[in-house]
Design a protein around this ligand. Structure first.
Ligand SMILES: [Zn+2]
Length: 138
């Protein structure tokens, strides 16, 4: 199955091409590398620069292009900007109540882990649990 190219994180559009670098061995064509080349969409008439992301294969190049920094704990993300994966528990800021809570989003509505519907303006991933020895637990 072939992975689709995600839209550009900068312009959300623009033009993207897959450019294989082939080598003819005399017997067959061998793909040496594949480049994802993207031209960001510009509103003005300035010349466009392009981004090149290379991989050894087309699948690798696409995976490299599609890689995005994942949001890290400690950074609030506005719900208008981005939502967490559906049904994944995250920390949320309930602005009206001025409360930090745990909740999950079904893609539209937010549900606190107590089962109530909540309204929130921001979320962030839960921090990782402690790694070192947890004492006093049997
Ligand atoms: Zn772009």
């Amino acid at each position: 199955m072939k992975e689709e190219l995600k839209p550009c994180p900068f312009c959300g559009a623009g033009e993207t091409q897959l450019i294989p670098a082939n080598h003819w061995t005399g017997m067959q064509n061998v793909v040496l590398s594949v480049t994802v080349r993207h031209w960001c969409k510009r509103d003005d008439n300035w010349p466009q620069g392009h981004l090149d992301i290379k991989g050894n294969t087309e699948a690798e190049a696409i995976a490299a292009w599609n890689r995005r920094a994942s949001p890290s704990a400690g950074q609030w993300i506005a719900v208008t900007e981005r939502l967490p994966d559906h049904h994944r528990a995250v920390l949320v800021w309930r602005h009206k109540d001025e409360v930090i809570d745990r909740a999950w989003c079904d893609g539209e509505l937010w549900h606190s882990l107590n089962g109530f519907q909540v309204k929130c303006t921001h979320w962030m991933p839960l921090p990782a649990p402690p790694l070192s020895d947890i004492k006093g637990e049997k």
